[in-house]
Design a binder for this molecule. Structure first.
Ligand code: SAM
Length: 254
């Protein structure tokens, strides 16, 4: 089965021999590929909505994987028993929703050794959740497919042996080559690993953010609300900072 590049990138970060839970699995393409390629010994496809649950169920039946992939209907991590899986993937939703799924099922994360998360928006919310709950972001990627930009975040529990980085080091205030200081808040927003290895897609994402902020500025300039000027000043400062960061980063790394 040929996965999209986005789902393939997620699959590439699941360790060999894992027991996987893919939450919000929809068509169950990821669990199917994870088991068919031999990456995972078993998988659970979790879905809260009946339509996608049925699509997942049909997919697993047709692929002949009912022995190794269990399709379950339920909200978030409710579909899991404690200790049942090593890796959880959650992809194709907003970062806020992914964070709330993790938050509501936090006790089910005991024994899970890796999270591979792909928020469509709100990556900063997810990085903050991981930091607050002692998950170390060991890597992150940014990619483009069909005109959309996606980020993939990989995290492990901070007590896991052999991790070469700590959250303290990852999010410590950093001075970029041009002398620009990046606070923890900006690292959470832009991505501590993405900033270390900025590729052209990272630049494109933040240029597009600047365009969105400029369009908000144009709307605010027509507003007569007293708060509009304060909001505009905040947005102008944001744009200036993003432009300064982009100017300090190399542009040609892949
Ligand atoms: N994960 C697949 C992917 O990345 O291609 C499907 C993404 S699809 C856009 C999001 C799926 O998440 C939908 O099928 C939706 O029903 C499911 N979903 C949303 N909230 C959920 C929750 N709380 N628990 C389980 N599934 C959820």
């Amino acid at each position: 089965m040929k996965l999209s590049n986005r789902l393939q990138l997620i699959l590439d970060h699941i360790p060999q021999g894992s027991r996987l839970a893919d939450i919000g699995s929809d068509h169950a393409l990821l669990p199917t590929a994870a088991v068919e390629t031999g990456t995972c010994v078993s998988a659970i496809a979790g879905e809260v909505n009946k339509g996608p649950y049925q699509a997942a169920y049909k997919q697993i039946q047709e692929a002949g994987l009912t022995e190794t992939v269990s399709v379950r209907l339920g909200d978030g991590l409710d579909v899991l028993k404690s200790g049942e899986v090593d890796v959880i993937t959650i992809s194709g939703m907003g970062g806020g929703l992914i964070a709330s799924i993790l938050d509501r099922g936090v006790e089910k994360l005991n024994g899970v050794s890796r999270l591979v998360l792909q928020p469509n928006v709100g990556e900063d919310i997810l990085r903050k959740w991981l930091l607050a709950h002692h998950w170390v972001l060991i890597n992150e990627h940014i990619m483009e497919e069909d005109g959309k930009i996606y980020e993939v975040l990989i995290a492990v529990p901070s007590e896991q042996e052999g991790i070469e980085i700590t959250n303290e080091a990852l999010y410590a205030e950093r001075t970029l080559d041009g002398g620009l200081v990046l606070s923890t808040d900006w690292l959470l927003r832009m991505g501590p690993w993405l900033i270390k290895r900025p590729n052209p897609i990272f630049h494109a994402k933040w240029k597009s953010e600047i365009n969105k902020l400029n369009s908000i500025l144009r709307s605010l300039s027509k507003s007569e609300l007293a708060s509009a000027e304060e909001k505009s000043a905040h947005i102008r400062a944001d744009i200036k900072k993003i432009e300064e960061v982009l100017a300090c980063l190399p542009k040609d790394k892949l």
